[in-house]
Design a protein around this ligand. Structure first.
Ligand SMILES: [Cu+2]
Length: 169
């Protein structure tokens, strides 16, 4: 079935395993992957979610050296500001955004204040170091509240992929 750009109401009802969601677009020739990353598109986890996922339910794997362009938009469930940053996984989720991000450019504007409802930004960066990272919200306490997922930068993967651990609630 063809992937169609759909609104948040049509986020796929996934149960497990790898998928190629409509919010990911791969250009293998250019080694570029684009993501539409929606913050608070629905009330899952009180709105503290990316594309409906939280607490690491979502893992995005990208081959090392690829270019990433994330269009990050606050969809505004609960009318709460949000942001996005990529940081290296460590012993605990930070209480708020930290500088610098893991990759040059891997953060949105208003990292700690958050972008207001409807605001959008591009995070464009190159995943130049293999490892395990968090995609998390830098607004104070949103990360510890579960507004985080995983990004794996893989030295062996040949194409980006998405792994969902749980169905959207
Ligand atoms: Cu947030």
């Amino acid at each position: 079935m063809a992937a169609v750009a759909l609104g948040t109401a049509a986020l796929p009802a996934l149960t497990a395993a790898q998928t190629a969601p409509g919010w990911m677009h791969v250009d293998a020739a250019k080694k570029t992957v684009n993501f539409d990353m929606l913050m608070a598109p629905n009330g899952t986890n009180g709105g503290l979610n990316f594309n409906g996922y939280h607490h690491g339910e979502l893992t995005i794997t990208i081959p090392v050296g690829w270019h990433v362009d994330m269009t990050v938009t606050n969809k505004g469930f609960g009318a709460i500001p949000h942001s996005m940053e990529i940081i290296k996984v460590s012993e605990g989720i930070p209480a708020q955004g930290t500088e610098p991000p893991a990759f040059d450019g891997a953060e949105t504007v208003e990292l700690n204040n958050g972008m207001t409802v409807g605001q959008s930004d591009h995070a464009t960066f190159t995943v130049d170091a293999p490892g395990k990272y968090w995609i998390f919200c830098g607004v104070p306490n949103h990360g510890v509240g579960g507004m985080w997922n995983y990004l794996i930068v893989s030295p062996t993967a040949t194409s980006p992929s998405v792994d969902i651990k749980a169905a959207p609630h």
